[in-house]
Write a protein that binds this ligand. Structure first.
Ligand SMILES: [Zn+2]
Ligand SMILES: [Zn+2]
Ligand SMILES: [Zn+2]
Ligand SMILES: [Zn+2]
Length: 489
């Protein structure tokens, strides 16, 4: 079946787009009114969206109709008797008016339902409700949906992802403090409490790191089932050995010997090469795996040694494959049957402590994703070959400590988006790269951030990849600074 088709029985012409979560348990077709395409929607930065997803912003789009992927039957959120094409979603009510639905197996955040206002004088009856679908789950977005504006930027304290994603296809995205129509906040805006604490004094020295408590940065999912903290880099932070991530060296264009990091550079610690690093590397990823397990086109990760992650009591924990214990049980039974007493078998879960509240999704052998099964938030991603260096979801950061970007703790990679070649919407990644370069210039100059317009292409033009936006004009001064700052082609 073609990715899009019209449904003749619908009175209004409808365009259908295939959508799915990573594990494929939920697969469906989302219908949009053809006359309204492309649908401009919001990127929401509110605390509920960030903490219930683990992403820095959430991007859902109004959906008109939902059909099963393999038939013209309506798609149900729970399996219905006699209907093969239905899904299996966990519902989580994150507010009085809103319910989020995520895949029970891979945690992809596929839908948001606004329940509507309670009708006055009624018995809890509601009106004006609607359903939205996660744009990252759609097989294609170009010409169908586009991020049009940022909302609830105020909740981020420091501008969050909105400072990195400023425009798409040359069009600036308005940044509303709250809902659409509220006060607009300029790029570089920071909440007063944060800008005061982090501002430079007369000698140009940065003020104290704007954190409530400088020794631990806290993370939590929306329902608070999962809570952890990270500590400042210490002597154990350089113990892991790890290949470079695609974020730093694109795997398809870099020599394997380099990617493998034979020199054993501790690339996750910043400043690079420092004897006393104070920060960790963070960056955005656009890979298919991140997109389909999250439901958002971008997943922002922090790279942090497991040794620097603590539970809510400040104690360390381990991450391991859930099936390990089952395998050990089978081995133990077999050994008991044979009467072998001298064989050493590793201890079971009792002696190994995992962080409370996590559920595991094994996306492929040796690749793990840990999430909250109650609210659906992405928490960690890790690999069997690198179990002591973990990716933590930036969206769970306690933004009241140091803002949603936590720049007192993280050094953001502003030169590349991981796996940008896999992006479903090259325009979004192109816009993100432009915004990141603008942020880089502002940070390097040490000036209070202000809007910087860029004029030059940010990515080399590759056959078949249309990242480059050429429409913008800007002053010669900012163009010259920009060309100095990056490789122009
Ligand atoms: Zn799934
Ligand atoms: Zn929100
Ligand atoms: Zn949760
Ligand atoms: Zn990824």
């Amino acid at each position: 079946m073609s990715p899009t088709s019209s449904r003749p029985s619908t009175p209004q012409a409808t365009t259908y787009v295939k959508a799915r979560c990573h594990c494929g348990l939920n697969e469906f077709r989302a219908g949009f009114p053809t006359s309204a395409l492309p649908i401009s929607s919001d990127l929401c930065h509110c605390s509920s969206c960030r903490h219930s997803s683990g992403q820095m912003a959430v991007y859902h789009v109004d959906v008109f109709d939902l059909l099963c992927h393999d038939s013209d039957e309506p798609f149900h959120f729970k399996k219905m008797a006699g209907c093969d094409g239905d899904g299996d979603l966990i519902a989580y009510q994150s507010s009085n008016d809103g319910v989020r639905y995520s895949c029970s197996v891979c945690s992809s955040q596929l839908f948001f339902r606004y329940l509507g206002k309670v009708v006055e004088g009624s018995d809890g009856e509601r009106e004006g409700g609607y359903l939205r679908v996660a744009a990252g789950a759609l097989e294609r977005t170009e010409g169908i949906v586009k991020p049009g504006y940022h909302i609830y930027v105020q909740d981020t304290i420091d501008g969050g992802l909105a400072d990195h994603l400023r425009s798409i296809a040359g069009v600036d995205l308005p940044r509303y403090s709250l809902d659409v129509g509220s006060e607009k906040l300029p790029p570089g805006w920071k909440d007063e409490k944060l800008s005061k604490q982090g501002s430079r004094d007369e000698d140009g020295e940065l003020g104290p790191t704007p954190t409530k408590s400088d020794d631990t940065l806290h993370f939590s999912c929306h329902c608070k089932s999962v809570q952890f903290g990270i500590t400042r880099p210490s002597s154990v932070s350089s113990f892991p050995s790890a290949a470079y991530p695609d974020l730093l060296y694109p795997h398809d264009t870099t020599r394997l010997s380099k990617v493998r990091n034979f020199e054993d550079t501790k690339w996750w610690l910043h400043p690079p090469g420092s004897a006393h690093p104070t920060k960790y590397l963070a960056g955005h990823c656009a890979c298919v795996y991140c997109r389909l397990t999250s439901g958002f086109e971008l997943q922002s990760w922090l790279y942090v040694p497991l040794a620097n992650i603590v539970d809510r009591e400040g104690k360390s924990f381990t991450l391991f494959e859930d099936n390990d214990d089952e395998d050990l049980r089978v081995i133990r039974e077999a050994v008991d049957k044979l009467g072998i007493t001298q064989l050493h078998i590793p201890e079971e879960r009792a002696s190994r402590k995992k962080l409370k509240g996590l559920k595991q999704y094994i996306s492929s052998p040796g690749r793990y994703r840990e999430f909250c099964p109650k609210c659906g938030a992405t928490v960690f991603a890790w690999q069997a070959g690198r179990p002591d260096l973990i990716c933590a979801a930036v969206g769970l950061v306690d933004e009241t400590q140091d803002g949603a970007r936590a720049e007192g703790w993280f050094t953001w990679c502003l030169d590349r988006v991981g796996f940008s070649e896999q992006a479903v919407s090259p325009a979004t990644v192109g816009g993100l790269l432009k915004g990141m370069q603008a942020s880089k210039i502002e940070t390097a100059d040490g000036v209070p951030a202000k809007s910087v317009k860029l004029a030059t292409p940010l990515l080399p033009v590759r056959a078949g990849i249309g990242y480059v936006e050429r429409k913008e004009t800007s002053s010669a001064a900012t163009s010259a600074r920009f060309v100095d700052g990056i490789q122009a082609s």
